[in-house]
Design a protein. Structure first.
Length: 451
């Protein structure tokens, strides 16, 4: 990175950043309080409050959101008449899955091969640290030239919409001229990228019942309707022969214009086993950024170990559908619900319950904020031009903010590049990316203040 005072300050602050990320990762802040103690999330929220107060933030508050979780808010005043920028991240994390499968404990930040490993290191506790680094670098080099609002969400991963509903009930709280969502990632390490589209998400729990109770498969199998077999039929109906998502009435043929995703690189990033084909049609970018994608997240059925020779009376599954940009999540939810009910065989009783939902997002890349970020990234990543990419994941708050503040310019950056393996075992963050993106955010704030 070319030498400049902001970059030098960020580099000097990295050891402190690592210590803070270690502390933040240690909180088991999974916002599923049936699995993890609520006290862990509350402790993480308190940690962030203290960090904001230490940096001179005013009006620091823990917001009790309608879904029973907490978000953290703070305001750092800038010069009179300055623009206002909202910085977003979230402190809740995905469950660690099988903790024994991790190379090192998931809630202990551990350095290995030049990366820092731990649940939330990239998604998105690292985003909290990125914002702090950027602000500290500006304070050390002439001051923060804009008003800064920070909002750190406590339930983004659960998709339960607490912060969205809170923002709708308090629309004045998060007003800003520009919003930097620190929950995305570069297309790959070293390639500066802003995410310009996000797929939305809907999540449904489907249950099938066929019998009053399980039956002996020898005595009744062959005629008694098997609920698990019926569920398998329903789930199979959601995919075509090539693995494409096939929900009745849902367009699955959109195309992505712009930066493309090389298929061989995708296979490497996704760690696809040799000889296993990718699913779907079109380019990889079409499939992961522009089209719907269904995933069966879990099935309730007897495990293999301990299974008995029985015809199953009931079965359940949790189904997620990523909603492409341009589609409406509410309408898509109804299409998925109708499809599941229609394709349930044998007159089996089916129930469909909505668990979560979020709208897709498309940014305005012609705004002055994008020009400011392009210039900032060119300095933070010498010789590299800022790229525009899509992301298959969902950040429901983006659409809420776009709806509440239609004049606000929304940018998405972050630390979740492919090597980070967010949501998977051995999630990690690149400290070099943390350094560069912190510099880029600081320089963006300075450039945006002058536009």
């Amino acid at each position: 990175m070319s030498s400049n005072p902001v970059a030098e300050t960020v580099a000097s602050l990295l050891p402190r950043a690592r210590e803070e990320l270690t502390e933040l990762v240690a909180f088991r802040s999974v916002a599923d309080f049936g699995q993890f103690p609520k006290s862990e999330s509350e402790a993480a929220a308190r940690w962030i409050c203290e960090a904001l107060r230490t940096e001179g933030f005013q009006d620091v508050a823990v917001l009790d959101t309608p879904d029973g979780t907490q978000s953290v808010y703070g305001f750092l005043p800038g010069p009179a008449g300055a623009r206002t920028v909202l910085l977003y991240a979230h402190y809740d994390v995905q469950p660690p899955l099988d903790e024994t499968a991790w190379s090192t404990p998931p809630f202990t930040l551990t350095e290995r091969d030049g990366r820092w490993y731990g649940r939330g290191a990239a998604d998105c506790k690292g985003g909290v640290i990125m914002h702090l680094l950027a602000l500290r670098a500006l304070k050390a080099n002439g001051g923060v030239p804009v008003n800064v609002k920070v909002i750190v969400e406590g339930s983004e991963e659960q998709g339960t919409g607490g912060l969205e509903r809170y923002a709708e009930e308090h629309p004045e709280l998060l007003t800003a001229d520009a919003v930097v969502i620190g929950d995305s990632g570069n297309f790959r390490v070293g390639l500066p990228t802003v995410t310009t589209t996000l797929r939305g998400m809907t999540m449904l729990r489907v249950g099938i019942d066929t019998l009053e109770g399980n039956l002996h498969s020898g005595q009744f199998g062959g005629a008694a309707p098997d609920a698990l077999a019926a569920l398998i039929r329903v789930l199979d109906s959601l995919r075509g022969e090539d693995g494409s998502t096939t929900v009745d009435g849902l367009d699955g043929e959109a195309h992505w214009e712009g930066l493309q995703y090389d298929e061989a690189q995708f296979r490497q990033d996704a760690k696809v086993l040799d000889g296993v084909e990718l699913i779907g049609s079109g380019t990889v970018a079409d499939r992961v950024w522009a089209r719907p994608a269904v995933t069966v997240l879990g099935i309730d059925c007897p495990p293999v170990v301990g299974a008995t020779p029985s015809v199953q009376a009931s079965a359940r599954a949790l189904v997620s559908l990523r909603v492409p940009p341009g589609a409406d999540a509410v309408a898509t939810t109804e299409l998925l619900r109708t499809h599941l009910e229609k394709h349930t065989p044998w007159g089996a009783r089916v129930t469909v319950e909505q668990i979560g939902q979020g709208q897709p997002f498309r940014a305005d890349t012609t705004s002055p904020a994008y020009a400011a970020m392009a210039g900032a990234m060119a300095v933070a990543y010498p010789g590299q031009e800022m790229q525009h990419a899509g992301q298959g994941g969902s950040i429901p708050l983006c659409n809420t903010l776009a709806s509440l503040y239609p004049e606000a310019e929304i940018l998405l950056i972050g630390l979740s590049e492919p090597e980070a393996q967010i949501h998977a075992v051995d999630e990690s963050v690149s400290p070099e990316e943390l350094e560069r993106l912190s510099v880029a955010e600081a320089l963006f704030l300075r450039a945006y203040a002058g536009n």
